[in-house]
Each structure stands twice: as structure tokens, then as C-alpha cells.
Design a protein around this ligand. Structure first.
Ligand code: NAD
Ligand code: UD1
Length: 350
């Protein structure tokens, strides 16, 4: 029988790629998104690519009555929970908004799931919960650290909440996926990352320099103890990440309790290596300057992905060239992101 999955935040960057992967794998999908950081144009594109549409419901995970009605109306067997706010600087300025959406929103969602008797949940956590690890690569059994901002703390709080929940009620089957640095776009160039305003993250910034929206990249610090002095991260293609969610969803049919998996490639690249890779993959030159470190940044961070490979049968297969080519295909085909197409479209709603 076809399973129906509720995807919160399914119109967003990672949620839209995962919704596509779910539809392609034969699932029925209900997306709940308040569109506070996205456009449902992403879901129009997903429907074209999959030849099948998700049901879109515009609404908020903090709306308990709406959640109850969704669980009553649809035979939902599991929830993929992407909805949340993710801008680090904004979380420092507006902590209550972050705790309300990311922590209280998750509490409301779990309460509604329990009322409906739906206990299978896959959550978007982050490598930020490791704080400043002293050893690389990072394994899931390393102690969690002290995230440097309210966004990071909200992710850690939710993981702790899940541990308590799983302890209290054995029906819960929860996967917390600790993403490293998601980048790239679907190879069609139809869906991708569409950040609001000036991007904080490296790849969106580089691609906006490439398209001419921004003048040059500022490289934050070249005095880290790394290969070339610039920060090192584990960049993972968003389509690999989406596949990891399907694997975790399947794994949680036969497991109970809380399970944590790193989703990364196991390989770290520096900022300058990323810049060169983007230039080489796309035949472009990206102007840049070296500036001071960004407060709160760590020198390096990459995953040990062995646990996900052993237990989920998942590993990232897309390399740097794919990440760079796919990012640029999306950016160059959609210089304004979803904005122009969204203005031409009729609303897509339940
Ligand atoms: P995104 O902003 O593109 O997607 C999040 C979606 O959630 C958006 O469509 C937004 O409109 C929706 N949303 C936010 N609050 C909501 C609410 N209260 N009710 C309903 N919908 C709501 O972000 P993304 O990059 O796709 O990230 C997805 C998840 O993964 C987030 O939880 C994020 O914290 C986490 N994560 C992202 C990264 C990253 O680098 N992108 C890294 C680690 C973890
Ligand atoms: C950041 C967030 C982290 C979040 C993650 C994914 C901070 C301190 N951390 O991580 O909580 O989970 O994004 O959304 O914001 N860089 C530049 N110039 C730029 C942008 C970035 O040199 O304009 C460098 C950074 O210093 C870093 C690397 O590029 O070394 C990657 O940065 P970014 O994409 O922001 O990701 P993280 O810092 O890993």
C-alpha cells in the first residue's frame, strides 16, 4: 500500500528536494509549510519533475488544530520534519522567534503526532550540535558541544527533547539526521536554494557573485590551522541528503527509540578549494578578498559517515564537480530564484 508522508517545511531548499525523492519513490506526500522562507513555486517544479504532485497545505507547525485536521484527513504514517528557521545571525537578534518555531513548534508537532498515534519522525538536525569538536572526523558518539548561537542551541534542545520522549514512550521511532553543509541543486536546474537577501552561506554567496548580484566573495579568515588557512567543511550534495532521508525513513520502520546519523561525505574542503572548484567546474572567475574571521566560526568540521553507511546503507555519491555544476545550473537558469515564476503562477493549495 502507498504510504503517505507529512513533510513539514517541504517547500524549502532541502524539503523540496526530499519531496521530489519521495514522490519518485512512490510515496504520497502532504507538505505543510507557512512559506516564511520559501515559495510554493518549488512545489510546482517538483510536480513537473516527478509527474505527480504533493498535496500542499499552507500553514504552520505551531497550529495544533491544523495538525489534528491533517492527521485526521490523511493516512499519514510518518513525518519528515524540516520546518524551522535557520539564519544564525537572525537567531542572535530574535531568539524568541527561533525557540518558538524550532523548539515549541516541534513540541506542538510531536503532541499532534502522539494524539494521532503517528510515532515515526525524521528530523533535520545539524553538525552545529557538536560545537567545536577537537577531533576529526566527527562521529555520532562524540559528546555534543556548546553551539555558539540560539539557532544551534534550538537544534540541540530538540535532540534532547527527542531523547526524553523516546525514553518516556517506546512507540516513538525518531531519526535525528545531523547534516553537515548542504549545497548544490537538482541536476535539472529546476529546484535549488533561494536564500532571502544576502546569503550567509558560502556556495550561495559564490553563485551570486558569479551571476553579478554581488561584487566579490569575502573569505572569512586565512589564519586557521588548516590546509591553506581558510575554514574547512564537509559539503554534501542536497540530492544525496534527500536520499539519506528516504533511507532513514525506511530504517525507522524496524527500529524504535532515537537514532542519530551524520549525513556528510567524510571529506573536508577549504573555502579556497571550494572557490577553485566552482571556477573550474563552470569556467568562471570569482573575485575574492581575504578578510577577518567571522565570529563563531570553527576552523574545520567533517563527518565520519560510517554509521549511516553501515546502518542505513547510505553514502554520498556526488562529488565537488557535481555540486558546483548543479549549483550554477540552478543559479544561472533562475537568477531571481523562484521570484519571477512564482509571480506568474496560480496558488497551489489544498
Ligand atoms: P529552508 O528555510 O529552505 O526550509 C525550511 C522551510 O520551513 C521553509 O520552507 C519555511 O517556509 C518553513 N517553515 C519555517 N518555519 C515554519 C513553521 N513554523 N511552520 C511551517 N513551515 C515553516 O531551510 P533548509 O535549508 O531547507 O533547511 C531545512 C531544515 O534543515 C531546517 O530545519 C534547518 O534548520 C535544517 N538544516 C539546514 C542546514 C542548511 O545548511 N541548509 C543545515 C543543517 C540543518
Ligand atoms: C553555518 C552556520 C551553521 C549552519 C550552517 C548551515 C555559522 C557560524 N554557522 O555553518 O550554524 O548549520 O551554516 O546553514 O554561521 N565563508 C566565507 N565567506 C562567506 C561565507 C562563508 O569565507 O561569505 C566560509 C566560512 O567562514 C566557513 C565556510 O565558508 O569556513 C562555510 O560557511 P557557511 O556556508 O556559512 O557554513 P558554516 O559556517 O559551516
Amino acid at each position: 500500500m502507498t504510504e503517505t508522508i507529512l513533510v513539514t517545511g517541504g517547500a524549502g531548499y532541502i524539503g523540496s528536494h526530499t519531496t521530489l525523492a519521495l514522490l519518485e519513490a512512490g510515496y504520497d506526500v502532504v507538505v505543510l509549510d507557512n512559506l516564511c522562507n520559501s515559495s510554493n513555486e518549488s512545489l510546482h517544479r517538483v510536480a513537473q519533475l516527478a509527474n505527480k504532485a504533493a498535496l500542499f497545505v499552507e500553514g504552520d507547525i505551531r497550529d495544533a488544530a491544523l495538525l489534528d485536521s491533517l492527521f485526521a484527513k490523511h493516512p499519514i504514517s510518518a513525518v519528515l520534519h524540516f520546518a524551522g528557521l535557520k539564519a544564525v545571525g537572525e537567531s542572535v537578534r530574535e531568539p524568541l522567534r527561533y525557540y518558538e518555531n524550532n523548539v515549541a513548534g516541534t513540541v506542538t508537532l510531536c503532541q499532534a503526532m502522539a494524539r494521532a498515534g503517528v510515532y515515526r519522525l525524521v528530523f533535520s538536525s545539524s553538525a552545529t550540535v557538536y560545537g567545536e569538536p577537537t577531533q576529526m572526523p566527527i562521529r555520532e558518539d562524540f559528546p555534543t558541544g556548546v553551539p555558539t548561537n540560539p539557532y544551534g542551541r534550538s537544534k540541540l534542545m530538540v535532540e534532547q527533547l527527542f531523547a526524553d520522549l523516546a525514553q518516556s514512550e517506546p512507540s516513538w521511532r525518531i531519526a535525528a539526521l545531523r547534516y553537515f553543509n548542504p549545497v548544490g541543486a537538482h541536476h535539472s536546474g529546476q529546484i535549488g536554494e533561494d536564500p532571502n537577501g544576502i546569503p550567509n552561506n558560502l556556495l550561495p554567496y559564490i553563485s551570486q557573485v558569479a551571476i553579478g548580484k554581488l561584487a566579490q566573495l569575502a573569505v572569512f579568515g586565512n589564519d586557521y590551522p588548516t590546509v591553506d588557512g581558510t575554514g574547512v567543511r564537509d559539503y554534501i550534495h542536497v540530492v544525496d541528503l534527500a536520499d539519506g532521508h528516504l533511507k532513514a525513513l525506511q530504517a525507522m520502520t524496524s527500529r524504535s527509540g532515537l537514532h542519530i546519523w551524520n549525513l556528510g561525505t567524510g571529506v573536508g574542503y577549504s573555502v579556497l578549494q571550494m572557490l577553485k572548484a566552482f571556477e573550474q567546474a563552470n569556467g568562471l572567475t570569482i573575485p575574492y578578498r581575504l578578510v577577518a574571521r567571522r565570529p563563531g566560526d570553527i576552523a574545520e568540521c567533517w563527518a565520519d559517515p560510517a554509521k549511516a553507511e553501515e546502518e542505513l546503507g547510505w553514502r554520498a555519491t556526488r562529488g565537488l564537480t557535481d555540486m558546483m555544476a548543479d549549483t550554477w545550473r540552478w543559479q544561472s537558469a533562475n537568477p531571481q530564484g523562484y521570484a519571477v515564476a512564482a509571480a506568474l503562477n496560480e496558488p497551489l493549495s489544498a
